[in-house]
Write a protein that binds this ligand. Structure first.
Ligand code: MG
Length: 380
């Protein structure tokens, strides 16, 4: 059970919900990190009195240091601060709720310190899943997923004594705001159309990833790495209601699923209390009023990102890191209105043909693939 957390990414959607759970469970907070949101960070720091606060932005760190000068809180800036937060001896659990591949190094550092990793940063496993899982095994660090689908699978695997009994994993997918649209219709979609997600409230990057279905592609790779399965054993189905959070199908045909309201606080809470469960103060799922549960096959011709992700999963090596970094940059360009919706997958495909894939990569190969892919998108 978790007692003290270091929370990387405390002002984002997962970060704020993590602090709600921390309040509810009475957890101590040793470190908080954020990019630029200084007002919210000041408020969080005053409430939780961590020993360390990190702002990725140097100017924001300087200003916050002044504002918090009445408290015994260290304020650090940038990547160095993030690494320090990930390794603080006071914390037994590190919550990685930062967005993007910037989460990779601090996650590895926390693993080396044998922390429990409450993993909410899927890009880390997509880029460097094999390295991260091998490090966790070597160091004896527990990785408990916070992503709702992977938490559902993790919960459905409790009691499974032999991974060989797993026939396949089935990730559910809300389908996003553009479910049912053709490729041609998608061409005209703008950021404001994509930012209206039907079921979950999330940050901008993941909301766009949900609209392109790249989010599900990233999650398929995340699931492969977490559970050591080939892509052929990981499927995705569209489930518009977001009630069934994912399933494990066993070799005897049994399907074990986790159901619940679409609320990230359940997987966050479970990451802290596992292998136990705590009482929820939140609304419970009512089967009598939740309506029909429906399932559809995803349209991989319209939503090309999902197809690309499956192909990269098959290829392996640095291809997933290239895809992920190119997607991060393409999503930012879409949010800045520089490119259209379908250009996101085109930019990712361009990067995949521009950057050479390396097999059995080390950390440096992965970081290099990441930066080459970003350059391929930006210098186009
Ligand atoms: Mg998810």
């Amino acid at each position: 059970m978790t007692k003290t957390i270091a929370l990387l990414g405390s002002t984002g959607s997962i970060g704020r919900q993590t602090l709600q759970v921390a309040r509810e469970l009475g957890l101590r907070v040793a470190a908080l990190t954020a990019n630029t949101q200084i007002d919210l960070m000041e408020q969080q720091a005053r409430e939780f009195c961590p020993e360390l606060v990190v702002m990725m932005d140097g100017g924001a760190a300087k200003e916050l240091r002044g504002r918090l000068s009445d408290l015994p809180i260290r304020v650090m800036a940038g990547a160095e601060g993030l690494m320090e937060a990930a390794q603080l001896p006071q914390a037994d659990t590190v919550v990685t709720a930062v967005v993007g591949s910037v989460g990779l190094r601090p996650t590895l550092a926390a693993i080396e310190k044998k922390k429990r990793i409450a993993l909410a940063n899927k890009e880390t496993l997509v880029c460097a899943g094999e390295l991260v899982m091998a490090a966790a095994e070597r160091c004896g660090a527990e990785i408990v997923p916070v992503d709702s689908e992977h938490s559902a699978i993790f919960q459905s695997l409790q009691g499974c004594r032999d991974r060989g009994e797993v026939h396949r994993l089935i990730l559910t997918c809300s389908g996003g705001p553009f479910f049912g649209m053709s490729y041609e219709e998608l061409e005209h979609m703008k950021p404001e159309n994509a930012l209206k997600h039907p079921n979950w409230s999330m940050g901008a990057k993941i909301t766009i990833d949900s609209a392109t279905l790249m989010n599900k592609g990233l999650e398929i790779i995340e699931a492969m790495r977490l559970y050591h399965l080939p892509v052929s054993k990981v499927d995705a189905v569209i489930h518009r209601q977001s009630i069934v959070h994912s399933l494990v199908e066993y070799r005897d045909g049994a399907m074990i699923a986790q159901l619940g309201t679409p609320d990230m606080k359940l997987p966050i809470r479970y990451a802290f209390t596992w292998p136990y469960r705590a009482e929820t103060p939140d609304r419970r799922l009512n089967l009598l009023t939740c309506g029909d549960l429906t399932f559809h096959a995803p349209d991989m011709e319209a939503f090309r990102c999902l197809k690309i992700a499956r192909e990269c999963a098959e290829v392996g090596g640095t291809s997933c890191a290239i895809m992920n970094a190119a997607n991060e940059e393409a999503v930012l360009a879409f949010l800045r209105r520089e490119i259209g919706f379908n250009d996101i997958h085109r930019r990712v495909e361009d990067a995949l043909s521009a950057v050479e894939v390396k097999y059995q990569p080390c950390l440096e190969d992965i970081l290099e693939a990441d930066s080459l892919a970003r350059m391929a998108v930006l210098n186009r």
